[in-house]
Design a protein around this ligand. Sequence first.
Ligand SMILES: [Zn+2]
Length: 243
Amino acid sequence: MLTNVEGVILSTTPFGETSKIINVFTKEYGVIGIMCKGAMGIKSKLRSVTQNLTFGTFNIYYKKDKLSTLVSVDIINPLKRIKEDILLISYASYLSDLVYQVLKQSNDEEIYNDYINAILKLEEGLNPVVITNILEVKLLDYLGVGLNLTSCIMCGNKKEIVTLSSEKGGLICKNCYTMERIVPISIVKVLNMYYLVDIKSVSKLALKDDVINEINRFLTSYYDDYTGLYLKSKDFLKTIQKL
Ligand SMILES: [Zn+2]
């Protein structure tokens, strides 16, 4: 069936001498494999539009549960800012790796919208740490380890919360506190905002650096301890962020 799908190329694999297979996260069908015949050829029209992070409308012969075949691509947004900035490429690669893993566990269509909106916010120039963290918070539900930000993770107490512990995986009240690191409780509000906000509507970010960093630190270790995911692209970001 000849059809158009909107999507982003998550990864590419050479095939034979001049062809390649691209993995595209599509709005319509989730992640699909598409054969791009001759796309590695110097003169191929498909060469430049079959690279990682190409965001466009893919005209394909769609085959369910098999490799589809690419006819052409219309670019929706060239993502120029991201592609010219090695740091932004690193963030975008991590987000792509992350959604790819999440899609193995859930195929909710909101994942596509959240992912594409996060990529577009990176392209707009918003703080990549914040955008990454917002997507990370939202994806936790699909990974089955959503955050409880309303009561003590140990006893359920809603009052006298003293800290948020990545080790324990949530809020800790005064009675259950042992030796957990104390973080400013104001970050819980911000985390809640990350969880609820529509990424599309995020524009100005009036957040202090220490709040941003504290949340990033929490989410990074929460992901390490509770999601079971290991991503090389995340390791690279940790090195950059000195976590
Ligand atoms: Zn408690």
